[in-house]
Design a protein around this ligand. Structure first.
Ligand code: GLY
Length: 372
């Protein structure tokens, strides 16, 4: 065990860790000393971008993708860099091209990068900003649910290499993050569901009744939960690992299906699996497993079934190779003291939980929804 359970409630501006600002916008603070920053959540908050650009910045490189639902105005002269879509473009080649472009436009350390898009864009823009001139400020304008509640906040940046996803990167905190909810009305249903998979995770990290909140408040609360964790463990030496709840099986499923299953979809299934495994280990009871089905399957209408035809022993091996695993099979699991990191989980329990999850599907225990 290398970290304690989550406590309910972030410790910043309100009991929920965020504060309303003008109109319907909400501000969430990420408290990292002299690198602290705000996350703005609300409809139309992209128009606050200029105010978030650090003082003294003369030029901005805006990194985005085709199909992003809006353009932005950073309030200073800027150049637009459009990167390709898809995991193949989340690469060192893209970082090299961006940095060459930044150099050609004369961007220097007193200037800034703005990433406008989903998690891939903010991961790439963040890593380019972390690398160029050994680090220039970056502001993220997140346009997907998954990006808003996870990727854009917390400073993890990076790209893929042939040997694995996100294997090269840096911690590089943004100067600010904008989550303009206008973007969500244009989000394809599958993207929205991926965000909900990640959102479902937050239900189990604290005792909050997130379902009782309206959407802006719920998104802000998820960000506040993450901000609280990042503020206490920026570089994942302990508590930040709790943000990987549901992710151990999720990563194995992504690999086993050659990424046909998207990350948020895999996390949804991974959360259900984590509940079965926790019950297998006697950490939670049936009612708590059902809570997981209630949130993931019934409230968010996400598929909770293990994809059929996968070899459970292969999944076991893949979970054993998870890059977060420090000591044998390592999982983030629910329990009497809340969600915590559990090391040295026996392989036979891992396999039994895969079986019990499959059996629950057979008995109609799992709630599923049809893919698009
Ligand atoms: N996505 C998990 C983290 O930021 O730590």
């Amino acid at each position: 065990m290398n970290s304690g359970p989550m406590n309910s409630g972030a410790d910043s501006t309100s009991a929920h860790g965020f504060s309303p600002i003008s109109g319907s916008a909400i501000r969430v603070g990420v408290d990292l000393g002299d690198r602290s920053y705000d996350v703005l959540v609300g409809n139309g908050v992209r128009h606050e971008l200029a105010a978030m650009i650090p003082t003294g910045v003369r030029r901005v490189a805006v990194v985005t993708q085709q199909g992003i639902p809006f353009t932005v105005d950073p309030g200073v002269p800027f150049e637009l860099f459009t990167i390709g879509s898809g995991e193949d473009h989340k690469s060192l080649t893209t970082i090299g091209e961006l940095c060459s472009g930044f150099a050609r436009m004369g961007l220097n350390r007193a200037d800034a990068v703005v990433g406008v898009g989903g998690g891939m864009v903010t991961d790439v823009a963040g890593f380019a900003a972390a690398s160029y001139h050994r680090g220039v400020p970056v502001v993220h304008v997140s346009t997907t649910l998954l990006g808003m509640i996870d990727a854009a906040v917390g400073g993890k940046t990076g790209v893929n290499i042939a040997e694995g996803k996100n294997l090269v990167g840096a911690y590089w905190q943004p100067s600010g993050v904008i989550c303009d909810l206008d973007a969500l009305s244009a989000l394809p249903l599958r993207e929205l569901r991926c965000g909900r998979g990640e959102m479902a995770k937050y239900h189990f990290l604290t005792g909050d009744d997130l379902l009782a909140m309206d959407e802006p408040e719920r998104i802000a609360r998820c960000i506040a939960i993450k901000a609280d964790v990042v503020g206490s463990d920026e570089r994942e030496s302990g508590r930040r690992a709790l943000l990987n709840y549901g992710h151990t099986l999720a990563h194995a499923l992504e690999i086993a299906t050659h990424y046909d299953i998207a990350h948020g979809e895999a996390v949804a299934i991974g959360l259900i699996y984590a509940a079965h495994l926790a019950r297998e280990l006697g950490r939670i009871d049936d009612a708590r497993v059902d809570d997981h089905y209630r949130v993931v399957g019934r409230a968010y209408e996400l598929d909770t079934s293990l994809p059929t035809g996968l070899d459970h022993h292969q999944l076991l091996m893949s979970m054993g190779r998870d890059k977060k695993a420090l000591d044998g099979l390592t999982f983030v699991l629910d329990g009497p003291d809340g969600v915590e990191v559990v090391v040295g989980v026996p392989a036979d329990a891992v396999l039994r939980a895969l079986e019990s999850m499959s059996a629950a599907q057979g008995q109609g225990g799992a709630v599923t929804c049809m893919p698009d």
